[in-house]
Design a protein around this ligand. Structure first.
Ligand code: SAH
Length: 238
């Protein structure tokens, strides 16, 4: 089918007059997403149907630079703006599954990045509040999520260590960068019965950790293996 080969539309950039490619979501992309979802189910062991459905819907290639388009549905991380990284699809799926999302829960995400994980949470019906400390990524994600009609409830440019006290408490908190020390303020902003998923550890390796808030002072802690995330940094100048 001819349509399979149209991956973009050529138009011209009004500033430079040079042709630019506008990426589309074609049958080819949709087909690749189905294979990715099958891989996540069979090889990674993701069983939460809400996660799999959302990852089948969200066009990951549209969050990447066009040079990575052909590889967008492989289980790979890619560089994004501000020297940051979009996580592997398997990591996004595992983190999303660990949150045990049920319906319209209020979720705080730390590290919006390019907005892909945010979009997956929105597609899972979560009411998402997200924070990013890099201005260019924050701006990129605002535009991207708006254009895909996958807008979170609130997008903030700032330091995730502080959370969002005005909107607390949250049902769930997801940290998408690796924290050397536990951001205790975030645990305060979690409801009793709520869950926080966070990669914890030094820069070279972090342990994906889940905290369940049993009471105002008690937390259950579970660990889910080693990963490598970009670091969680606590000011906006780096
Ligand atoms: N979920 C993102 C992954 C981005 S990588 C995606 O799908 O693209 C982690 C992000 O955390 C980076 O964009 C980084 O800038 C951001 N980050 C690091 N420290 C932070 C902090 N203290 N507060 C908010 N965001 C932070």
């Amino acid at each position: 089918m001819l349509v399979l080969f149209f991956v973009g539309i050529l138009t011209s950039n009004p500033a430079s007059g040079k042709p630019v490619t506008i990426m589309q979501d074609t049958f080819l992309h949709k087909g690749k997403r189905k294979f990715l979802v099958q891989y996540l189910r069979e090889k990674i062991g993701i069983s939460d149907e809400k996660v799999l459905k959302a990852m089948n819907e969200v066009p990951r290639h549209l969050f990447l630079e066009s040079i990575f388009e052909d590889y967008a549905y492989e289980d790979r991380a890619f560089p994004i703006l501000a020297k940051q990284t979009i996580s592997h699809p398997s990591t996004v799926a595992e983190q999303s599954e660990l949150l045990q999302l049920r319906g319209k829960e209020k979720v705080l995400e730390i590290g919006t990045g390019c907005g892909y994980q945010t979009a997956v949470l929105v597609a899972m019906d979560a009411v998402v509040y997200t924070i990013e400390r890099q201005k260019e990524l924050h701006d990129f994600a605002v535009k991207k999520l708006g254009s895909l009609h996958l807008r979170p409830k609130f997008q903030s440019f700032g330091d995730g260590f502080a959370g969002l006290p005005t909107f607390a408490p949250f049902d769930k908190i997801l940290v998408t960068c690796g924290a050397e020390t536990l951001p205790t303020e975030l645990l305060h902003q979690l409801k009793v019965g709520g869950i926080m998923v966070i990669p914890l550890g030094k820069t070279d390796e972090q342990i994906l950790t889940r905290f369940t808030k049993k009471s105002e002072k008690e937390f259950e802690k579970e660990e889910f293996g080693a990963y490598k995330f970009v670091p969680m940094l606590n000011n906006t100048n780096q």
